[in-house]
Design a protein around this ligand. Structure first.
Ligand code: NDP
Length: 330
């Protein structure tokens, strides 16, 4: 019973890591309740770190990265799952602290799995992945804080990336005007096809805050970038509007003032996909199946194999991946 996986090994002398596809035995897998025959995985920013230098996320080598996977239950010691069930996993530090989805087999805790929602297959679930799941969480948080269509444009930063692409498609489907911020002008046709009505060049919005308040422009924002861009966006939000802070592709700092919070009642909402409680995970996956147009999702997909992962990991760290990579591990 052998299978293939992408294994990252660390050279103890140089401290350097290297990743290659290897053949493993079932006995190599960690102990846990559910064994899954993985069908698809994907590539997120964190995967880039875990395939490459580790970024402080990986605890032990050899390591199998892959923070997301979808597949079929093979064996289960937990009553909630039986062989043949289709499942999806995102988060819980799988692929970082635990072996992940860049493998034909994975063994994980039953608590970490979610049954595949009706209307999605395993490939589509990985076209969504953590990036798309997080985009949905962000949209849900904005809605919980009053976002409704028809009140002006919603800004999406890092729009051509994974989170941004899915957020753009969901918001457009829900009837919002979407303003997409991108540093890659060549992605304009792609973003408009996903439903963006306005393209905002990155340099227009990437400067340090000079005035704490600017014109009230955006009725909501899904922010994958952080840093100076998030600081600037806060001062451009309409009265009472909310920003869902998802990512730090542009930096972890926040060189902002508190003025937008105090004078315009702007809300900054933190979004974490990793430790989301189970009930909210179910809610988000059900909303994805309903509110993410599958034809738009398909337009974001780039197919890949296990052997492509070292190159893709490096690309995503450089901000060079467009949309969503779907890895067929078989
Ligand atoms: P991607 O690399 O696919 O997308 C990030 C996008 O941000 C890029 O495509 C680019 O968009 C833009 N960008 C990159 N560098 C810069 C920069 N220096 N300044 C401004 N914009 C930049 O990553 P993901 O979409 O998968 O993830 C986005 C962020 O969200 C990451 O920081 C990730 O760690 C975080 N994340 C957080 C999660 C959570 O639970 N909170 C879950 C998932 C992701 P463009 O080319 O259009 O400008």
């Amino acid at each position: 019973m052998s299978f293939k996986a992408l294994v990252v090994r660390k050279d103890e002398d140089s401290g350097k890591t290297s990743a290659a596809v290897e053949t493993l035995e079932m006995g190599d897998l960690p102990q846990a309740e559910v064994t899954v025959a993985v069908e698809y995985s994907t590539v997120n920013y964190k995967d880039g770190l875990c395939i490459g230098p580790g970024g402080g996320l990986v605890r032990k080598y050899p390591h199998v990265p892959g923070i997301d996977f979808a597949g079929t239950v093979e064996t289960s010691d937990d009553a909630r799952y039986k062989p043949g069930d289709k499942v999806v996993l995102t988060g819980w530090r799988v692929g970082e602290a635990h072996w992940g989805g860049y493998s034909q087999k994975a063994r994980v805790k039953a608590d970490w799995l979610v049954p595949l929602p009706e209307g999605l297959d395993t490939r589509q679930a990985m076209a969504v992945g953590t990036a798309g799941f997080t985009a949905m969480l962000a949209v849900m948080a904005l809605e919980d804080h009053g976002l409704k269509p028809g009140h002006g444009p919603v800004l999406v930063t890092g729009a051509a990336g994974g989170v941004g692409s899915v957020a753009t498609a969901i918001l457009a489907k829900l009837g919002h005007e979407v303003a997409a911020v991108t540093g890659r002008p060549e992605t304009e046709a792609y973003l408009r096809d996903l439903g963006a009505t306005q393209i905002v060049p990155r340099e227009e919005i990437n400067e340090t805050v000079k005035r704490p308040l600017e014109s009230e422009t955006w009725t909501g924002c899904v922010d994958a970038v952080g840093g100076a861009m998030l600081a600037r966006v806060l001062g451009q939000m309409k009265y009472g509007a909310s920003v869902a802070a998802v990512g730090l592709a542009g930096g972890a700092g926040l060189p902002a003032t508190v003025v937008p919070f105090l004078l315009r009642g702007v809300n900054l909402l933190g979004i974490d996909s990793v430790m989301q409680p189970y009930d909210n995970r179910l809610r988000a996956w059900e909303r994805i199946a309903r509110d993410l147009p599958m034809t738009k999702l398909e337009a974001m997909v780039h197919p890949a194999t296990l052997a492509d992962l070292p190159g893709l990991g490096a690309d995503i760290l450089k901000g060079q991946v467009k949309g969503r990579v779907v890895v067929d591990v078989n």
